[in-house]
Design a protein around this ligand. Sequence first.
Ligand SMILES: [Zn+2]
Length: 94
Amino acid sequence: MLNNTKKSIITPKHTPIRMCVLCKNRFKQNILYRFRVENNELCADLKCGRSVYLCKACILKDNHKWQKALSRACKNTIKTSQQDLKERIFNGKG
Ligand SMILES: [Zn+2]
């Protein structure tokens, strides 16, 4: 016998889920870092335009294919180095 309780879990707000372009894992949008691609660089400011999401782990984890992987994910040549991005985001930490 199934205990057929139809109580759905009520979430206070719908949290959008976004995919990290590098590891392809899905996360809640509010824990991802969002960037815009402009002039082959990743920009942190959030005007309209194509934006990509990266998870913290991907930003922190050394990835020797960073630019290549990012460029492919963004369909654009990304010149921003991982080190540069790390410093911009986690400036003064670690
Ligand atoms: Zn990731």
